[in-house]
Unconditional design. Structure first.
Length: 542
């Protein structure tokens, strides 16, 4: 066939396929979860593009069809979604487009053989999981808005082919030629059970064909529209996993309806672990905006960047269904929803912070992100300050600003912090000697953002926050347990000698009450950047 093009898979795909196909048999049913999730995503994307192009509108009776054919030993998954052009087929199915999948493939390759199955179950591997059950996969796709269809086909080894095809409507049909030992997935009943388990939250109808008839397989109601009492923990968890492309359970689930001045339903999740995809990179919140159930966009920035780890859906009655991108930018409705949703997340955190252990695990995952809020969002300082947690020179585990203030010594005027790269190093720093000797607690800060936010917050409950590497800290009002000794005249001579020796390397040489065992310590000039900030500026080449 002259029109058939052969292509090699990207190098990572080849390796991933090998691992997926050979690592695992017990959890093979997740291939259906992955393919149905892709189909649902494709339908959402088509709805989104239809906002700016009426011609892409989804037909009213749109659904995902799953069609087993025992005689031909094929399983077809057909969706009316956005579809893929020829180049999209090559890019999305021929290379690993998603950075999470790439990172996962690396983890998988490094894991011991015995650990691989649970890793796959935990993370999912997207489209390629089809090759766990099929020895040949054909994808016929027509991009919505285009006329031509293309057929991508592969046996899951080194290469795939692309050839022109035909398809009456936009969307994607995936045909799996099932392996001999995967015939169980041609039983309609088995397929329905899997759909109910993994995909019940998916809002578009899913059908499984039995004796030529399409039978409904999911409830097809938007989960967040149901009353809380009617939603099971498992359904919440599945929805959370689908939204975030994650495979753990949520740390907190927030589900509420706002009525009155604003009318919206929100279902939000706080994750239990850091996402596999790094939190760095993109800073925008991806909480999804729906209008009357219909997905509109995940680019409405419904939460501030410092709450970007929160996933979920906000569904409102207060916007028209044919809302345009321009309207989304300008409408005051969204600003009001943002304020309300942000406030709700913060009050939930406040409640949950009372359970020190549970909150500690949340803090370890997302504390550094939350601190960005102190840096960039003065409006929320009051709510954020009591939510912060720290390592300390005086106590084990996490502590908070209110707890620190409660432990302050009589005569202590400031909240003292020491900023550096790692807590173990900080705990042994000579900078702490004078404070230890006086029983004064110092908070040890080690996140990148810690060089910045204390200045911005400035004070907590009227107590200034001071970096102890800055000079000019007056410890004399605090009684020392071991007072430093020395003749005043001798000290003056020594200071002059040291200054002469160091010359222009230092601005000033002073005596200090901050040291007990060490002879000298480096300090930053009063009012200037502290030592950690100076280090960061040097690293940045300033
Ligand atoms: P992920 O879904 O996490 O991006 P997958 O391996 O599951 O990773 O899919 C890779 C990409 O292939 C998707 O991001 C999407 O662009 C494309 N894709 C897969 N299935 C479909 C489909 N049914 N319709 C349109 N595009 C699809
Ligand atoms: Mg996927």
């Amino acid at each position: 066939d002259e029109t058939l093009e052969r292509h090699e898979f990207g190098a990572e795909v080849g390796r991933l396929l090998d691992l997926v196909v050979h690592a695992l048999y017990s959890e093979r049913e997740i291939f259906l979860r992955e393919l149905v999730a892709n189909a649902a995503d494709a339908v959402d994307r088509r709805r989104f593009e239809a906002l700016s192009d009426q011609a892409l509108m989804l037909p009213a009776e749109a659904k995902l069809r799953i069609v087993p054919d025992k005689a031909a030993r094929t399983l077809t998954i057909a969706d009316p979604g956005i579809g893929m052009s020829k180049s999209e087929l090559a890019q999305h199915l021929g290379t690993i487009a998603r950075s999470g999948t790439l990172a996962f493939a690396k983890t998988l390759a490094e894991a011991k053989a015995t650990e691989q199955p649970s890793l796959i179950g935990q993370f999912g591997v997207g489209f390629y999981s089809a090759f766990m059950v099929a020895d040949r996969v054909e994808v016929t796709s027509r991009r919505a808005g285009g006329e031509e269809a293309w057929v991508w086909a592969s046996e899951g080894r080194g290469e795939y082919t692309l050839a022109p095809g035909s398809k009456a409507e936009p969307g994607t049909d995936i045909v799996l030629h099932m392996k001999a030992d995967a015939e169980e997935f041609l039983e309609p009943y088995r397929l329905q059970t899997i759909i109910r388990k993994w995909a019940d939250h998916i809002a578009i109808p899913i059908t499984v064909a039995r004796d030529g008839q399409d039978e409904p397989a999911n409830e097809g109601t938007a989960l967040w529209r149901k009353p809380k009492a009617e939603v099971s923990e498992e359904s919440y968890t599945e929805f959370y996993r689908h939204l975030g492309h994650v495979f753990d359970t949520p740390w907190a689930t927030l589900h509420w309806r706002a009525e009155g001045a604003l009318d919206f339903t929100a279902l939000l999740f706080l994750p239990n672990s850091k996402p596999f995809q790094a939190v760095e990179g993109e800073r925008a919140s991806r909480v999804r905006l729906h209008v009357r159930r219909m997905f509109i966009t995940d680019e409405a920035a419904l939460l501030p960047p410092w709450l970007r780890f929160v996933t979920g859906v906000v569904d409102t009655e207060d916007l028209p269904l044919n809302v345009s991108r321009e309207m989304l930018q300008a409408t005051p409705v969204l600003a009001r929803i943002r304020r309300s949703v942000t406030g709700r997340v913060l009050s939930e955190l406040k409640t949950r912070a009372k359970d020190a252990e549970a909150y500690g695990s949340f803090w370890a995952n997302f504390g550094a992100v939350l601190k960005e809020g102190v840096w960039e969002d003065t409006e929320h300082h009051k709510e954020l300050a009591p939510l912060l947690r720290f390592r300390s020179s005086a106590v084990e585990g996490w502590t908070s600003l209110p707890d620190y203030v409660a432990r302050m010594k009589p005569g202590q005027e400031a909240i003292y912090v020491l900023v550096g790269d790692e807590a173990a190093g900080l705990a042994g720093s000579p900078q702490l000697e004078g404070f230890r000797a006086r029983g004064v607690e110092v908070l040890l800060l080690t996140d990148g953002i810690d060089a910045f936010w204390p200045d911005r917050m400035d004070r907590f409950e009227d107590k200034p926050i001071r970096s102890i590497t800055q000079s000019g800290l007056d410890l004399s009002k605090l009684e020392a347990t071991e007072a430093p000794q020395g003749e005043a005249a001798d000290v003056a001579t020594l200071l002059a000698l040291v200054k002469e020796a160091l010359g222009a390397e230092v601005a000033e040489v002073r005596s200090t009450e901050r040291l007990v065992d060490s002879a000298v310590v480096l300090a930053a000039a009063e009012g200037g950047p502290d030592l950690q900030m100076q280090r960061l500026l040097r690293r940045a080449g300033r």
